[in-house]
Design a protein around this ligand. Structure first.
Ligand SMILES: *Cc1c(COP(=O)(O)O)cnc(C)c1O
Length: 474
């Protein structure tokens, strides 16, 4: 399989080449040059374990890692030991178990990994792929990133202890929850560097951008990223759409809907790809919080990224985005993979503007991709968390609540609706207390997490101070 850029002006590359890179050199995102059709293989895949299924799906996209090595990486990644925090311990062996709220209304548990958010599903695989490819090449990498919570911790737990990877993770001082801080800062591994920046998340992200823009520094210190535009993360997420489909259906021609709490469009982009591969998904329900950039697009055909000032700080913070960094991948498919059109649209976006597909030829094509959408508010979140607790006795987190709320508005009689459960309630205790008047349940092993010694270096919002730490440690 070869990979092409959505902007059409970067060289075609192999999987291992794009694994360690970020954006394509023309500013676009890499996608496979075609989507392999797998509808005839569903019967054979239905009974596989998660690791076996992952191997089959990855095999259609990865042709430059020998099959037995790729199999080993999947087996090592998708273990009950790593994904052990299921609300029903007996189901942990499924890695991504399905929990039914009602007939044809399900949650797919994706947050049973070490950081209790779905990002572990892909990031753990990324850690093992990085280690493997770097070993083969005799190289090392220094991952630099900024986080407001879930991504940074998932990256650290995926890369900890890997001898050819260091992680430098910036976070805004005092802006994450106590649980999130403890998760990251308590890691004792010598290859993990937590850097708290005096400022906001945007300050931290600006520093990361500035360091990456220094091409000499980037090359000399072998800097890399693991952000949500990484193709391998999207690919790993495709697997659980198949898993959820098999759990929710009894035969291979049944049609289903998925509802996905969305921010950067990474998770639901994987659903789009699963559908393009022939999985019978007829509806992809995109749920946003108050940051409704994507809901607006699917309702109106207008994509208008917001300014930082227009971006709401919400109680489902991992969906607080001003623009959706993976969205360009879907638009590339929608416009018939015409890179010239993508370049033209993103010329507007990159200049701070917007675009509309409402009146052109693409509006008519859009319904064919199965997307519908809705948004949710803080009040909706509280009501949904409370309702799901009272009605089904299940505690859900704030992001999943956005999904359940929006999914309820898009159910079709007789068709399974699968809501992706993207985090566990314990990560967002404050809102759970507000909704339920009680503390969230916490896995016993994580009792006292906040009391562990923490390792973090505090710096000013200064590019030079961050560079100084990288120079010192490499
Ligand atoms: C990252 C995240 C999301 C949003 O996923 P995208 O791939 O950015 O759309 C939703 N919920 C949780 C808990 C997350 O961590």
């Amino acid at each position: 399989m070869k990979y092409v850029s959505t902007r059409g002006r970067s060289p075609v590359q192999s999987f291992s080449d794009i694994l360690l890179g970020g954006l394509a050199s023309d500013g676009g995102l890499y996608l496979p040059e075609s989507y392999p059709q797998v509808a005839t293989r569903l019967a054979e895949w239905r009974t596989l374990s998660y690791a076996e299924l992952a191997f089959e799906i990855l095999s259609v996209y990865v042709d430059d890692i020998p099959a037995e090595d790729l199999k080993g990486i999947c087996d090592k990644t998708y273990t009950t030991q790593t994904y052990r925090w299921s609300r029903d311990a007996a189901k942990a062996k499924d890695i991504a178990p399905l929990t039914s709220l009602e007939p044809d209304f399900h949650l797919l548990e994706l947050s049973n990994g070490p950081t209790l958010a779905f990002k572990d599903m892909a990031m753990q695989l990324l850690g093992n792929l990085f280690e493997y490819v770097l070993d083969k090449r005799g190289e090392t990498i220094n991952i630099l990133g900024a986080t407001s919570g879930d991504t940074g911790s998932a990256a650290e737990y995926a890369m900890r202890g890997k001898h050819n990877v260091r992680v430098f993770m910036l976070s805004p001082e005092g802006k994450m929850s106590a649980f999130q801080r403890a998760q990251m800062y308590s890691l004792p591994d010598a290859n993990i560097f937590n850097i708290a920046v005096r400022g906001m998340f945007d300050d931290a992200q600006d520093i990361v951008k500035a360091v990456f823009n220094d091409a000499d520094f980037k090359a000399r210190y072998k800097l890399g990223a693991v952000n949500s535009i990484n193709w391998a993360r999207v690919m790993a997420q495709v697997v659980y759409y198949f898993k959820g489909y098999f759990e929710a259906t009894g035969s291979d021609d049944e049609e289903v809907a998925f509802c996905v709490p969305s921010g950067n469009f990474g998770n639901i982009c994987a659903g789009h790809i699963a559908r393009m591969m022939g999985l019978p998904i007829v509806r992809l329900v995109l749920a946003t919080n108050e940051n409704d950039v994507l809901d607006e697009f699917f309702r109106s055909g207008i994509y208008r990224p917001r300014t930082t000032a227009e971006t709401h700080v919400t109680s489902s913070p991992s969906m607080d985005i001003s623009k959706a960094s993976n969205f360009e991948r879907f638009i590339f498919d929608l416009v018939g993979r015409d890179a010239a059109i993508v370049r033209q649209l993103w010329r507007e976006v990159d200049a701070g503007g917007s675009f509309s597909l409402a009146d052109g030829p693409f509006a008519a094509r859009l319904p064919g991709y199965g997307f519908v959408s809705g948004c949710s508010s803080h009040a909706d979140r509280l009501a949904t968390i409370s309702d799901v607790w009272q009605r089904y006795g299940l505690m859900i987190d704030t992001h999943t609540a956005d999904g359940v709320k929006v999914a309820r508005g898009h159910r079709v009689a007789g068709m399974p609706m699968i809501v992706l459960e993207t985090a566990q309630a314990v990560k967002f205790a404050e809102t759970i207390r507000e909704a339920l008047g009680r503390d969230p349940v916490r896995p016993a092993e994580l009792e006292g997490l906040e009391d562990l010694p923490q390792l973090v270096e505090l710096v000013d919002a200064s590019v030079d101070q961050v560079k100084g730490i990288i120079i010192r440690e490499c």
